[in-house]
Design a protein around this ligand. Structure first.
Ligand SMILES: [Mg+2]
Length: 210
């Protein structure tokens, strides 16, 4: 199975308002149609720094609404959303079919990693969740790998982002990295050629072999 992780702001989406930060939870436009990425052998995740929450620029409710909107906008194609709301001490996770984010870390009221079988051993990542550290990408791999029937093998790890901090996180976690602009070019090429899913995925196979 391939694991493909996307950064959110500036990668999956940009603001509809043109502002750097979204003005409302639905202030988002997709940069491409992620449905093209659907493949039964691909696990799709999102890893997003959202320190504005711990700084008080953004409320938890705003963030929850923002990602619920993103989930709708992307037609629920992502298997997992991972958010770091602070300097790397805690992380929010929402897997497919789950209604709400679980909030994990040592803060009061947050849950412990040991409460969830698919997150066993992940408390050692506390402090590393904020990119350019590797914690969210390692979590994505852990979550993608786990199944109730045993471990699924990951054959390729890719992270797509728009910043150097994304690239650094990818390098530290052992993921191949693509800048979103390069990735969009490949997607557009495939679209122009009229190549359909899953061939669209093969269209980027020079770098991202699926
Ligand atoms: Mg970004």
């Amino acid at each position: 199975m391939k694991l493909i992780v996307f950064d959110a702001d500036g990668t999956l989406t940009r603001t509809a308002s043109g502002k750097q930060f979204p003005e409302t939870p639905s202030d988002k436009i997709l940069q491409f149609n992620p449905k093209n990425l659907y493949h039964p052998n691909v696990y799709l995740a999102v890893a997003s720094n959202q320190k504005g929450v711990s700084l008080g620029f953004k409320t938890s409710e705003f963030l929850e609404e923002e990602f619920a909107y993103l989930d709708d906008l992307t037609e629920h194609i992502f298997n997992c959303f991972i958010i770091c709301p602070d300097d790397g001490e805690s992380v929010w996770i929402k897997r497919e079919h789950e209604e709400q984010f679980i909030r994990l870390g040592n803060q009061r009221g947050y849950q412990k990693f040991s409460e969830f079988p698919y997150l066993s051993g992940c408390e050692s990542l506390i402090g590393t969740f904020r990119k350019p550290e590797l914690g969210m990408l390692q979590l994505a791999e852990k979550i993608a790998t786990w199944s109730p029937y045993g471990t699924r093998e990951i054959t390729d790890r890719i992270f797509i982002g728009d910043r150097e901090s994304d690239q650094s996180a990818a390098q530290k976690a052992g993921f191949r990295f693509w800048y979103i602009d390069d990735f969009l070019q490949e997607i557009n090429k495939a679209t122009l050629l009229g190549v359909a899913v899953p061939e669209v995925l093969d269209g980027v196979s020079n770098e991202i072999s699926l």
